[in-house]
Design a protein around this ligand. Structure first.
Ligand SMILES: Cc1cc2nc3c(=O)[nH]c(=O)nc-3n(C[C@H](O)[C@H](O)[C@H](O)COP(=O)(O)O)c2cc1C
Ligand code: SF4
Ligand code: SF4
Ligand code: FES
Length: 628
C-alpha cells in the first residue's frame, strides 16, 4: 500500500471509533501501575458490553465503541497514571484499577466526567476537565512533544496518518543535499544537546567532506541527573527521531546511522528498535528510499550508562567497541568521526525538530523563540515546585513564567505553595549554573544563559526553595562529575576530586581562610585545562553558586554556620522554649538521648551529648529547634 494511502486509511478507520482512550505508558506511569489500569479497563468495559479494541483494523467499516491505546510519557508523571478520553476532552489523573468501574459506568456509558479523578486547579481547587484547563499544559507550547502522549508510538500507521515521513520524502525526492542543509541553516535550529551549535552549519561541514561513507548518530545517552526529555521523545514519538535521521542522512550523503540509547532506558530502546524495524518493513529504511536508489539503515545500540559517553567523541569510541573516552578536537566528528568517516552527531530533540522544519518551512520555525535561539525547548522541571514534569516552552520564556505559571509556584518544606519560597533554579545539570531572583525575568535562550555563567545544557531545571543550602547543591553536582570523570586527563580527574574535598571541608566545618580562594582557583584551572566538556563544565555549579551566593559560602567558612540549616555538622541545635510544645517527637528521634524534657513542657538539648545529626530538626513540626 502507498504510504500516503496507508496514512489516510488509518485516519479513515479511526473515525469509526466513537471514543479513543489513551493510557500513558511512559516509564513513570508504567511504574505506577498504568498497565494494570489498561487491563482492568478492557475487562470492565467488556463486562458492560463495550468493546474497546486495542488494534485498529484497516478493513473495519462498522462503527466501533472505542480504541484503547498506550502512549509515551505525557510529561505530567507526578500525576500519573494518566488516562485521557476523546472526544470528551477528559484527562484523569492518578488512576488506579479500582477507579476503572466508575470510569466505565460514568464516562464511557454516560459521557460524564468522574470529578474526583480530574486535576484540581492549584489556586481555585476547581476540577479541570482536560489539558486545555490545566495550567501545566495550557501554558506550554508543545511542538516537539505535541504527539508524545497522544500518538501510539508503536503504530507507524498513526505517524503516517499525521503526515509522518512526508518531510523525509520531500528531502529525498524534491531537494538536493545543499538545499536541505540550507533550510536547516535558515531555520536557525541550534543543537538541543547542550552546546547550542547551529545544526545547519554542522551538517554543511559534513556535506562537503568526501564520501562515499558517512554516518548519522543520534545521541540518546542523556546522562544528566534529573533529565528525561530525550527519553520521552524516544518513547513517545520514535518515528520523528528516525525521520530526522533520514533527513540528516540525505543532507550529508550518509547511508548508515546509529541511535545510541542508554541501557537504563529499556522502553526507549524497545520503541526505537520497533520504529526502525517497522520503517524498514515498509521500505522507508533500506536500500531504496522513495524509489531513489539511495539507501539508509539504522542500528540501535545500547549505551554503557556512563555520563561521559554522551560526549560525542567518547560516544563514537563506545559505538566502535572501545572504552568510552573522549578524544581531543579537531578533527571534528563531522570531518573524521565513526570508523574515521565524516559523522553527524545530533541530539534526540534536535533530530525530532527536523521533520517539523521541513514540513512548515524555516521561516515559520523562526517565528517561535528568539532571533538567535528559534523554536522551543523541552525542560525537565523538578524540585520545590508544585507541578513537576516535562515541559516545552519557546526560547525566550522567562523563568518566572516557568516556575510560577507552568510550574504552579514554589513549594515549602510541607509541599504547599510558599509565597516567599523561591531561592534559585539550577539549570543545565552538572554542566550548568544557577539562576536567582534577579534572573526571574531574563528571557531564557542559549546566549543569555551563557552570558550569566549558566547554560541550557540538556534542560534540567531544578527549582530550589529558601531551605536549600547552595554549597550542598554545588557539592551534589561535584560528587556526580567526580564519579563520572573518565580519568583520562589530570585536571578533571584530580581537580574534581580536590574541589569535592574542599566542598566537604566547607560543609563539615574544616574550611579555613584559604579554602574559598583555593576552590575558585582550582575551578578556573579545571575549566581551561580539561580535555572534554565534562571537565570543562564541571566547575560551573561551583563558580555560579560562588558568584550568586558567596555570603552563604562565607557564613559556612568564617562563622561555621549553615544559613539554611542543612549542613548538619555546622549546627549547634538548641530548642526555642517559646515554640516548643513538649510533644516529645524530637526526643524520640534523637539517637543518643541528648534531648530531655517532660511531655507538654519545653525540652532541652544537652550539647555535650549531641552529635549534630539533625534528626531533631527534621522531626520538629513547630520549627522549635534552632541551628544557631
Ligand atoms: C560529558 C558530556 C555529556 C554529554 N551528554 C549528552 C547527551 O546525553 N545527549 C546529547 O545529545 N548530548 C550530550 N552531550 C553533547 C554532545 O557531545 C554533542 O554536543 C551533542 O550530542 C551534539 O548534538 P546537538 O548538536 O544536536 O546538540 C554531552 C557532552 C558532554 C561533554
Ligand atoms: S575532562 Fe574528565 S571526562 Fe573529559 S577526558 Fe578529561 S578526565 Fe575524561
Ligand atoms: S542533632 Fe541529633 S543528636 Fe543532637 S539533639 Fe538533635 S537528634 Fe539529638
Ligand atoms: S510517564 Fe506518564 S506522564 Fe510521564
Amino acid at each position: 500500500m502507498e504510504l500516503q494511502a496507508m496514512g489516510e486509511a488509518y485516519g479513515k478507520s479511526s473515525k469509526h471509533f466513537r471514543r479513543r482512550v489513551v493510557i500513558c505508558a511512559g516509564t513513570g506511569c508504567m511504574a505506577n501501575g498504568a498497565m494494570k489500569v489498561f487491563e482492568a479497563l478492557r475487562k470492565e468495559a467488556g463486562d458492560h458490553g463495550i468493546s474497546l479494541d486495542i488494534e485498529l483494523d484497516f478493513e473495519e467499516t462498522r462503527d466501533r465503541d472505542g480504541l484503547l491505546t498506550k502512549s509515551g510519557c505525557q510529561g505530567f508523571c507526578q500525576m500519573g497514571p494518566l488516562l485521557s478520553i476523546e472526544p470528551d476532552g477528559i484527562l484523569y489523573c492518578k488512576v488506579r484499577p479500582t477507579d476503572v468501574a466508575e470510569i466505565v459506568s460514568q464516562t464511557l456509558l454516560d459521557g460524564k466526567a468522574v470529578e474526583r479523578l480530574l486535576y484540581p486547579h492549584p489556586t481555585t481547587g476547581k476540577p479541570c476537565r482536560g489539558r486545555h484547563e490545566i495550567p501545566f499544559y495550557a501554558l506550554q507550547q508543545r511542538t516537539v512533544l505535541k504527539s508524545c502522549g497522544s500518538l501510539d508510538p508503536e503504530d507507524i500507521r498513526e505517524y503516517l496518518s499525521q503526515g509522518g515521513y512526508r518531510s523525509a520524502a520531500k528531502a529525498y525526492l524534491e531537494m538536493q543535499p545543499d538545499a536541505v542543509c540550507g533550510e536547516i541553516l535558515a531555520s536557525g535550529l541550534r543543537g538541543r544537546g547542550g552546546g547550542g551549535f547551529p545544526t545547519g552549519r554542522k551538517w554543511e561541514m559534513a556535506r562537503v567532506q568526501p564520501g562515499p561513507k558517512k554516518y548519522i548518530v543520534c545521541n540518546g545517552d542523556e546522562g544528566d541527573p534529573g533529565a528525561f526529555m530525550d527519553r520521552s521523545v524516544m518513547e513517545g514519538n520514535p518515528h520523528a527521531v528516525i525521520e530526522g535521521m533520514m533527513i540528516a542522512a540525505r543532507a550529508i550523503g550518509a547511508d548508515e546511522g546509529y541511535v545510541y540509547v542508554r541501557a537504563e532506558y529499556p522502553l526507549a530502546v524497545a520503541r526505537v528498535r520497533r520504529a526502525a524495524a517497522d520503517a524498514e518493513k515498509l521500505g522507508l529504511l533500506g536500500d531504496d528510499l522513495f524509489g531513489t536508489g539511495m539507501g539508509f539503515r539504522v542500528h540501535v545500540m545500547e549505551g554503557a550508562g556512563a555520563f561521559v559517553c554522551g560526549e560525542e567523541t567518547a560516544l563514537l569510541a563506545s559505538i566502535e567497541g572501545q572504552r568510552g573516552m573522549p578524544m581531543p578536537k579537531p578533527p571534528f566528528p563531522a570531518q573524521c568521526g565513526l570508523f574515521g568517516k565524516p559523522t553527524i552527531i545530533n541530539n534526540v530533540e534536535t533530530l525530532a525538530s527536523v521533520p517539523l522544519i521541513l514540513a512548515q518551512g524555516a521561516a515559520a520555525f523562526k517565528e517561535t523563540g528568539t532571533p538567535a535561539s528559534p523554536g522551543t525547548k523541552t525542560f525537565a522541571l523538578t524540585g520545590h515546585v508544585a507541578n513537576t514534569g516535562l515541559i516545552e516552552v519557546p526560547f525566550g520564556t522567562s523563568l518566572r513564567h516557568i516556575v510560577y505559571e507552568v510550574g504552579g509556584g514554589v513549594t515549602g518544606k510541607d509541599g504547599r505553595i510558599s509565597e516567599a519560597g523561591f531561592k534559585a533554579v539550577q539549570i543545565g545539570g552538572p554542566s550548568g549554573g544557577c539562576l536567582t531572583r534577579e534572573h526571574l525575568d531574563l528571557p531564557m535562550d542559549f546566549d543569555n544563559l551563557t552570558s550569566i555563567g549558566a547554560m541550557v545544557g540538556s534542560g534540567g531545571l531544578v527549582v530550589m526553595n529558601q531551605e536549600t543550602c547552595m554549597v550542598q547543591v554545588a557539592k551534589f553536582f561535584m560528587q556526580f562529575t567526580q564519579n563520572e570523570s573518565c580519568g583520562k586527563c589530570v585536571p578533571c580527574r584530580e581537580g574534581t576530586r580536590q574541589m569535592l574535598a574542599l566542598l566537604d571541608d566547607i560543609t563539615e566545618g574544616r574550611a579555613t581562610e584559604e579554602t574559598l580562594p583555593l576552590l575558585e582557583m582550582l575551578a578556573r584551572n579545571v575549566k581551561v585545562g580539561a580535555l572534554c566538556g565534562l571537565g570543562k563544565t564541571a566547575p560551573n555549579p561551583v563558580l555560579s553558586t560562588l558568584k550568586h551566593f558567596r555570603d552563604e559560602y562565607e557564613a559556612h567558612v568564617h562563622r561555621k554556620v549553615c544559613p539554611s540549616r542543612v549542613c548538619k555538622a555546622l549546627m549547634t541545635p538548641a530548642i526555642e522554649a517559646s515554640l516548643c510544645k513538649g510533644c516529645t517527637l524530637c526526643a524520640r528521634k534523637c539517637p543518643v538521648g541528648a534531648i530531655i524534657g517532660e511531655r507538654k513542657t519545653a525540652h532541652q538539648i544537652d550539647p555535650g551529648k549531641c552529635i549534630r545529626c539533625g534528626a531533631c530538626v527534621d522531626a520538629c513540626k513547630f520549627n522549635a529547634i534552632t541551628g544557631a
